[in-house]
Ligand binder design. Structure first.
Ligand code: ATP
Ligand code: MG
Length: 331
């Protein structure tokens, strides 16, 4: 069982990233071969400051290790260290159509955000993501619900490639957690909690301290009424119930039951805040120990890249050959 996932570099990883993806990575180490990639090449599509981008890879690596990734038991690396990703991306660009890339909702949303300059990198983002996944003959991709369309595209690209050029890629499946696959913004619970689109108060960051987390939950937008139950007309409370359930590792029904007699939303919001404080506290504490030693982080990312390259390179070589790239007799 091979598990692959990529995550964008930033020190501002939020609760949605943690519950929707990172926890699944840690669990993936138990079930199979976990390959996790910090996607600095994807991050370029948002036009980051170069020094900030370079540093944020260490931030993310430290967060992932603090969350429980063990570089002895999984492969953790920086995307740009393994050139196979960019090469395969170009090959796959010729198998993905302009029309299907134009239909990607993430592209549409992000091009709205970056209105003054929409890079073509943003347009090809899903193809690079497909290359990331397919280069490793991946079985499962633990990512949040927002990535469903990209995983479907990845499968489509793999199938098209295989039928046109011969069997080359495994077909990956999308794995989402039972609760927490789509955490919503605390200030605007009809929108996903997001690194780029959420406000400071709308997102809870893994590295926020306890006082800030409590304050954000206290200020979370709720709905009219008093009952603590999930429902389409109660996006704020539904989100808080899901967060509490995911944080405590119980089903959402158990949270509804526990708070059935609560006097109002105030005490419930406090309890959710407390559950998240307890969930994130050990991660933040370990992060503080790991982050300062950049040399150590670099060393393990570079070992990770060596292992990743050894897996990706034979598949990319096959893809090249199938497409007619290279000399008649491969060297
Ligand atoms: P951006 O908004 O810039 O795309 P992001 O918050 O989505 O940033 P990513 O690094 O793109 O962060 O995503 C990392 C992982 O977190 C992905 O697997 C993604 O599906 C998951 N994820 C992102 N937001 C949420 C959320 N609100 N709930 C659950 N999972 C999420
Ligand atoms: Mg994202």
């Amino acid at each position: 069982m091979r598990i692959f996932s990529g995550i964008q570099p930033t020190g501002r990883k939020h609760l949605g990233n943690y519950l929707g993806a990172i926890r699944g990575y840690v669990e993936g180490q138990e079930r199979g071969e976990g390959i996790y990639c910090i996607v600095d090449l994807h991050a370029l599509t948002a036009g980051p400051d170069p020094n900030e981008l370079r540093r944020s890879v260490y931030d993310t690596a430290a967060i992932l290790i603090a969350a429980g990734l063990d570089p002895e038991r999984c492969i953790l690396f920086r995307q740009s260290d393994v050139r196979e990703h960019t090469e395969l991306c170009w090959l796959l660009c010729n198998v993905a159509s302009f029309g299907e890339l134009s239909r990607m909702t993430q592209f549409k949303e992000k091009s709205e955000q970056h209105r003054q300059f929409v890079s073509s990198g943003l347009f090809f983002y899903p193809v690079l993501q497909a290359a990331d996944i397919l280069a490793y003959q991946t079985d499962e991709v633990p990512v949040g619900e927002d990535q469903k369309q990209h995983i479907e595209l990845t499968r489509e690209i793999a199938q098209r490639f295989n039928s046109r050029f011969g069997q080359t890629f495994a077909l990956p499946v999308h794995r989402i957690p039972p609760v927490g696959a789509r955490i919503m913004d605390l200030q605007d619970p009809r929108k996903r909690m997001s690194t780029t689109a959420s406000t400071e108060q709308g997102a809870v960051y893994i590295l926020d301290d306890a006082a800030i987390i409590r304050r954000k939950f206290k200020g979370a937008v709720t709905d009219s009424g008093k009952e603590i139950v999930r429902g389409a007309d109660k996006p704020g409370i539904s989100n808080l119930i899901d967060i509490a359930a995911a944080a405590r590792g119980v089903p959402p029904e158990a949270i509804e039951k526990e708070f059935a007699d609560a006097a109002g939303y105030g005490s419930f919001k406090e309890a959710v805040g407390e559950a998240v404080v307890e969930l994130l506290r050990p991660v933040r504490e370990r992060y503080e120990q790991i982050r300062p030693d950049e040399e150590a982080v670099d060393a393990l990312l570079s070992r990770g890249a060596d292992k990743a390259r050894a897996i990706a390179s034979p598949t990319v070589a096959v893809a090249r050959e199938q497409m007619g790239i290279g000399p008649v007799r491969p060297r």
